[in-house]
Design a protein around this ligand. Structure first.
Ligand code: F0G
Length: 536
């Protein structure tokens, strides 16, 4: 109950000490820039924008502790000190809950006691978890650093494909997910596997805006019945692993409940299939569990994360999300777990992954990252689980969605953790905009042209509706995404974006249809083809 001195506004959790001024670019200048970059959102120079909602990936503002850690980065080619710190920070984050060791403090505090450094940092031995240590990491490697998430996906799928297809290259294998991210899906396909999505059945159900702080339907969940039936119909041998994405970026950034994770784990156990997480945004997902799932209110974020990861056999991750760092990715699997057992018949799978990692990205102690990146990431792992930070983050996303919704703009509700999504079909209801007029793209162009705001269509243009069969088209949602960088914008920025989107919504019949002027058949065309708005 609210007492006399309680306030109903959130308590601020941070302050800024560096400011970047935004350039004053005129509409005419933006029009020239748009024309010269073929109206492609990905090609528009970021420095000419007012607000950028293209991605929450790698775009976070780091904290002073992360910047301090950067100065302690070690650029040695072999076994830089950040490597040891990062490996233990990963154990702390995913396996130790509130019992963290924080060996990073030895380096941040300038520890000079060599015995202590050897015993607590450089010669510690671990086995049985996601990150072997000491000689066990040499004998059975299970932790692989790479530059970003998609590199981890590539490393995983390109290493297991030849093992699975060694007897018959024509064998078909499926990778089920609650919603593959686009690079994940592309890496799976490029390595000869079939990606399949089991979206939650309630994904597109309406949700009342006044309830978004009170309950959450976890629309990111996997359709477990669908998964079970699929495995039974295709045969266990055709499913090398099950993947679960938290939060579910492709399904409008919605969270996955612990209950769902456990149910998927039960299916994986029953059929003896390894369960992997695409763990981008694990901290935001954990916050939703704490806030909305029964039994978790009094548990700390680190404890929830520990429970969540205890159910899986491995994970790929982009460390560019969740405010962790601006660069980094990784692949981790449980020492001598299901994945290790199933893929080590012809020799240790970890050794095979490590060979490939060295061949493509760099040796195991840096994996294509600089020593600075590694330190920023290690420090970031402790920053992003702070509840005050997560609360402010999720509240900002919610505030954006609520304000748009109150202005009548059709946003997907409740919003997820990292972005808000506009439902394009509803947005253009009552106009003559058809699916292959790419109205979402027209909207994004106008938003940039008039207001200097960049958002991104994730619909028929991005997912290549016109190049797909009627069956394939069924799975394409028609959305525009505003991904919100972490610790970058404040309420003024959100209010500016809300006002701009509302103005366009109120003038939706003036938004142009769009033609693909170049490269409609290019692979990943979303990033590379040219566009032309058709102004009436
Ligand atoms: N998995 C998910 C769920 C993602 O959202 C992303 C990236 C990746 C994997 C790949 O990671 O970019 O480090 O290679 N998502 C970004 C986005 C690009 O804007 O949603 P990456």
């Amino acid at each position: 109950m609210k007492s006399m001195y309680d306030l109903d506004v959130p308590i601020p959790s941070k302050k800024a000490h560096i400011v970047r001024n935004i350039k004053e670019v005129s509409q005419a200048q933006r029009e020239t820039l748009l024309k010269e970059t073929e109206y492609s959102m990905f090609s528009f120079p970021a420095d000419m924008l007012i607000l950028d909602f293209l991605s929450d990936s790698g775009t976070s503002t780091m904290t002073d502790l992360q910047w301090a850690a950067i100065l302690l980065g070690d650029e040695s080619y072999g076994r830089n000190r950040g490597y040891y710190i990062l490996l233990d920070a990963i154990r702390d984050t995913f396996e130790r809950g509130d019992q963290q060791k924080k060996v990073i403090n030895l380096i941040l505090s300038g520890e000079t006691n060599v015995d202590r450094l050897m015993n607590e940092l450089y010669l510690t031995s671990f086995e049985g978890g996601f990150v072997n240590g000491g000689v066990h990491q040499l004998k059975r490697p299970n932790a692989f650093l790479v530059p970003q998430g998609r590199c981890a996906e590539y490393l995983l799928f390109s290493t297991i494909a030849p093992l699975l297809k060694r007897n018959n290259p024509k064998d078909v294998f499926y990778i089920p997910n609650n919603g593959h991210f686009d690079t994940t899906e592309a890496n799976i396909r490029a390595n000869g596997f079939q990606p399949v999505n089991f979206f939650s059945n309630n994904l597109l159900e309406d949700f009342p805006v006044e309830k978004i702080s009170l309950k959450n339907p976890f629309k990111g969940n996997m359709d477990v019945d669908g998964l079970k039936k699929f495995i039974e119909s295709k045969g266990v041998g055709t499913i090398p692993l099950i993947y679960l994405t938290i939060t579910n970026n492709t399904a409008a950034g919605q969270p996955v409940s612990m209950k769902n994770i456990k149910e998927v784990r039960d299916v994986a156990n029953k059929f003896d299939i390894p369960l992997f997480l695409d763990a981008c945004r694990y901290a935001e997902n954990a916050y939703f569990i704490k806030e909305f799932e029964q039994g978790y209110k009094n548990k700390s974020i680190p404890t929830i994360i520990m429970e969540l990861f205890s159910y899986v056999d491995g994970f790929t991750i982009s460390f560019k999300k969740d405010g962790l760092a601006n660069m980094g990715g990784g692949l981790f699997f449980r020492d001598q777990g299901v994945f290790h057992r199933k893929f080590s018949e012809d020799g240790d799978i970890g050794i095979k992954l490590k060979e490939r990692q060295i061949l493509i990205f760099g040796n195991d102690s840096y994996g294509g990252l600089s020593g600075r990146d590694i330190m920023a990431l290690a420090a970031g792992l402790y920053e992003v689980v702070k509840e005050s930070y997560l609360k402010e983050r999720i509240t900002q996303v919610r505030d954006f969605a609520t304000k748009l919704s109150h202005n009548g703009v059709p946003v997907v509700l409740p919003p997820g953790g990292h972005a808000i999504y506009i439902n394009v079909d509803k947005f253009f209801a009552g106009t003559d905009m058809k699916i292959n007029d790419f109205g979402g793209v027209g909207f994004a162009i106008e938003l940039l042209r008039y207001y200097g705001i960049r958002a991104c269509e994730l619909g028929p243009f991005a997912f290549e509706w016109d190049n797909k069969t009627p069956k394939e088209r069924e799975g394409i949602l028609n959305l525009i995404r505003f991904a919100i960088p972490r610790n970058v914008y404040n309420t003024d920025h959100i209010d500016y974006a809300v006002a701009a989107v509302t103005e366009l919504y109120n003038n939706k019949e003036k938004i142009p249809k769009v033609k693909i002027s170049r490269g409609a058949k290019l692979r990943l065309r979303h990033f590379q083809s040219g566009l032309q708005p058709i102004y009436k």
